[in-house]
Unconditional design. Sequence first.
Length: 132
Amino acid sequence: MKKIVHLSDEWVEELNNVAQSHKGLKEATTEIKLLVEYRVVDEETFVWQINIDKGAIEIYVGNNHEADVWFETDRSVAVSLFEGAMNPLNAVIEGTMQIGGDPRKLIEASGMFEQLEDVFEAIRAVTVTNIQ
């Protein structure tokens, strides 16, 4: 199977494809309206969003809409989070990832996180994270 580069347009497109076809995620988000933005700051900043609108999921590159909640970190932390080597809450507590917007909305949507983790797990095997 073809490998895709983490934090690339193609990677976000594949993440979107998996999310849109993930039945559990759709079911877990039928009552949720939430827009989450991720910013990975490196030489260039890579921004992508997850837009959840009552069961409809769309993941895309860019900041097309104003986020309810946003996260910002550097590439090494983003890779550790994606690979499961670091917990997002610990990254925020340790100060290696910033959070903004209204984090309370994440608590309201907490039931979807296990399903969202399944989406990330589905593309881990085809993702290359150690690009120099």
